[in-house]
Write a protein that binds this ligand. Sequence first.
Ligand code: GDP
Ligand code: IMO
Ligand code: MG
Length: 423
Amino acid sequence: MPVSVLIGIQWGDEGKGKIIDVLTENIDMVVRFQGGNNAGHTVEIGSEKYVLHLVPSGIFRKDIICVIGNGLVVDPVSLMEEMKELAGKGIDISNIQLSSKAHLVMAYHKIADASREAGAGAGKLIGTTKRGIGPTYSAKADRTGIRACEILKPQKFEKIFREQAISWNAHFKASGVECVDIESEWKKLFEAVAYLTPHIKDTVLTVNEAVRQGKNILFEGAQGALLDIDHGTYPFVTSSNTTAGGACTGSGIPPKAIGCTYGVMKAYTTRVGEGPFPTELHGEEGETMRKIGREFGATTGRPRRCGWFDAILCRYSCMVNGVDKLTITKLDVLDTYPELKICTAYELNGTLIKNMPLDPGDLSIVKPVYETMPGWMASTAEARSFNELPENARKYLLRIASLSEAEIGIVSVGPRRDQTFKI
Ligand code: GDP
Ligand code: IMO
Ligand code: MG
């Protein structure tokens, strides 16, 4: 299939970066279509470990066009720093294209995000990455956002930036929040503007032309379906459509162009930030899983909350995304568990339910109903085919896939490229 979309099925950090890197062996173009530098996608190549935030994970393969689509919110200074760091390591960044329609994250959006999280505002704590994602998408919806095409007219851009910064500063001052240092921010922005200018393109044309030419294109989702602003555990979500439909709106390709959807999920569950998590393991049990899985945020370094596989939520996500090929990662993390639990239903106020509750907020009060499977107590990290896995590992994979109502396409048994096999 020339056009594929890869989506996180859970609450993010499923290993999307690693799988994108593996899949890009025969790919012409990788397209990010939503989110911003709240994402942290890890790619391990040999002894090098890279964490990408805005640059698509296809950047390590020669001649791949890497598109940052219109659906993103882009911190220009952060993107410049990420590109400079990659270039400093000898990676060719000339093929990066930034959509002229992508919205820009400004310093005041980040302060607004952080101050709300600190309790300065009236809203609930979300546990955001404090990268200004929510306020920038709010500005986009409010039609007061600044888009990348403004960079091409630096004088106009400077004028809008200063006007908005002054207006936000008045608000920050009134709320007792630290203001934006307008001069020093403009200095940084000015440098970023010059650096990014050659990369700004009409990426809607780039991507559609590639579709017309039958090129192999991979869309790289950020976050996960349970963090989708419409379909996730609202309000504990991010501010974009992380699900497969977002690939169309966030890049400008028509829905009929999409051939295959990969859904990436861990063999267990993790979550960073606030919000309900029915199968969460607390105390020592949670600590153990976090330690084995090295579950610390790739963007913020925060410890990830860990728990058992939740089949209700994964089935829901697979349905919303129309998953063709399930990709199950981090199977190796379960190697030392004598028994594994899978959540197959919830008890909600004394009633058994097998679907996402009408109000996802009720996920904070449901009691998970588990089925138990025997573990395999052997290393899977060296397996390079389904048949090389221990029998109980095969049974576990088939069970979680069948409960998710999707077919397994890829299994990952370690962070490296070679620790991956197709089924
Ligand atoms: P992403 O945001 O979905 O790209 O995922 P992250 O990079 O935030 O987190 C996934 C982490 O798991 C990274 O540290 C990866 O190197 C690592 N990883 C990916 N696949 C596997 C796997 O199959 N096994 C193990 N042990 N680690 C993996
Ligand atoms: P990748 O692409 C995991 C979470 C935050 C918070 C919520 C809202 O690496 O999988 P935001 O800053 O977006 O307003 O925060 O979403 N979150 C992620 N969790 N992986 C991510 O990205 C995330 N991006 C945002 O922790 O709970
Ligand atoms: Mg991540």
